[in-house]
Design a protein around this ligand. Structure first.
Ligand SMILES: [Zn+2]
Length: 461
């Protein structure tokens, strides 16, 4: 006798968008999950005679897609939403840094829970947090954030950020909000030692992630890249977000952001960068040549008046592109599925107009594209046998979508669809639009308390 077969979940009578290389879709098909893997996907009913089926789901009226993958976020901002609402990036940062520099471990944990809950409820199965504010004596923020993700059961990348260029060195953050070069590097490496799991199916990975050219020294950029490559982890930062950043780089470094990144070792297939709004043709060619990825954050770019990233040109050149919520102080919705819609709509306001992106491309950005930029395309991002069982069953037969014939069009162009079921690693994380692993109402209460506590502390300084 073989060892006990893995528990199977069978979904049938469901529309399927696999987001595989051929964009294979089935109007009515099946998905079989065995343990934490997808076992089979195809047209019609599931194969007969399957053993150890613990759950059989009739997916009539639903669309199943790969789980959404978020590639850029700042969880701590969940408790500073709705502030500086009419500012551009630099003014918004200057307004908020003094408050952010007061965060502590309970605040970081609660804000992470809020950010993760909002995303998971809306179909995100892989989350990331670019955390770069580490005030002195604030506790073990990285472990608090990672703990929140593992408690919820969401696959997670912590991009361990850092800042060491404060006002006294010509940077944007106040002096008290930054770390030293040596301290930032040592803490980042300790986080890799403690938490990074490189194995297939890993639930926790760490990336090296100095914050941005205007808050990080050239030495930290260079040594951060060396550290990441020595340890075999990925590299993440903000790049080419605004015209002001471009001017800052030209004045301080005598070159634009992309050339600066190249000069510090920050282009490569192990790097992904948030925003990339202000890129000329040679910048895009440099990203394509090196395989550098992009986290496109359309709502945040609109909120801060940053501009429209050239996503159609990037895709045409072969640049890997995923989607990002960005921090919720610049995208208060905190949801990723709205970014699929906004990526499509906002790019149509750019040079390519209606030819910019279609619904299938938008779905690909939010799934397979995200998996690519996180370096996990062999594991997640499409529904294919052998890949991890990260998938979402979207309810498409309610008032919001029932009159749209094509389910992918309905999902992308229509209102946010309710999530009937979300699996991460084969485990149920959302059922009938409610989180199953955590108490959503308790998280809402705690985030409000921590937001009020942070506002009080910031007001006292
Ligand atoms: Zn950001």
């Amino acid at each position: 006798m073989a060892a006990t077969a893995a528990a199977r979940i069978v979904i049938e009578n469901v529309a399927i968008a696999t987001v595989d290389a051929q964009d294979t879709e089935y109007a009515s098909g099946h998905v079989v999950v065995a343990g934490n893997r997808i076992e089979s996907v195809g047209a019609g009913k599931a194969p007969e005679g399957l053993e150890n089926v613990v759950r059989r789901i009739d997916g009539t009226g639903h669309l199943v897609t790969p789980g959404l993958v978020n590639t850029h976020h700042h969880f701590y901002q969940w408790i500073t939403r709705g502030l500086a609402t009419d500012h551009n990036l630099f003014n918004w940062l200057v307004a908020l840094y003094p408050t952010w520099a007061r965060i502590d471990e309970p605040m970081a944990r609660s804000a992470a829970q809020g950010s993760l809950a909002m995303m998971a409820r809306g179909g995100v199965t892989t989350a990331m947090d670019h955390h770069y504010v580490f005030p002195k004596d604030s506790g073990d923020l990285s472990s608090a954030i990672i703990g929140a993700a593992s408690e919820m059961g969401v696959r997670f990348t912590l991009a361990r950020g850092s800042m060491d260029r404060s006002e006294k060195d010509g940077g944007l953050p106040p002096d008290f909000a930054v770390e030293t070069l040596e301290g930032a590097l040592a803490s980042t490496e300790a986080t890799i030692d403690q938490h990074h799991d490189a194995s297939f199916g890993s639930m926790t990975q760490i990336a090296v992630a100095p914050c941005s050219p205007f808050s990080v020294s050239t030495e930290l950029m260079k040594q951060g890249a060396e550290l990441a490559r020595r340890r075999g982890v990925r590299l993440h930062t903000h790049g080419s977000e605004t015209v002001e950043e471009e001017q800052f780089c030209k004045e301080l470094f005598g070159m634009g952001p992309t050339d600066y990144f190249e000069s510090t070792g920050w282009l490569g297939s192990d790097v992904w960068m948030a925003h990339c709004v202000h890129m000329n043709d040679s910048d895009i060619a440099a990203f394509a040549r090196t395989g550098t990825g992009v986290a496109h954050c359309p709502s945040s770019n609109a909120r801060l008046g940053a501009g429209i990233a050239r996503v159609p040109d990037m895709l045409k050149s072969g640049v890997p592109v995923g989607l990002g919520v960005d921090g919720t102080a610049s995208n208060e919705s905190g949801e990723l599925h709205t970014e699929l819609r906004n990526a499509l709509l906002i790019n149509r306001l750019g040079a390519h107009r209606e030819a910019a992106l279609n619904a299938r491309q938008a779905l690909r950005l939010g799934t397979y594209g995200g998996a690519q930029v996180l370096g996990r395309a062999a594991e997640i991002g499409s529904l294919e046998p052998g890949k991890l069982a990260d998938l979402v069953l979207w309810k498409m037969d309610t008032l919001a979508h029932a009159s749209i014939a094509d389910p992918v069009t309905a999902l992308i162009f229509g209102a946010a669809a309710p999530v009937t079921l979300s699996l991460v690693n084969g485990r149920t994380v959302v059922e009938d639009s409610r989180l199953t692993t955590v108490d959503e109402d308790a998280i809402a209460r705690s985030t409000r308390e921590q937001a009020q506590r942070l506002a009080r502390i910031a007001a006292q300084v």
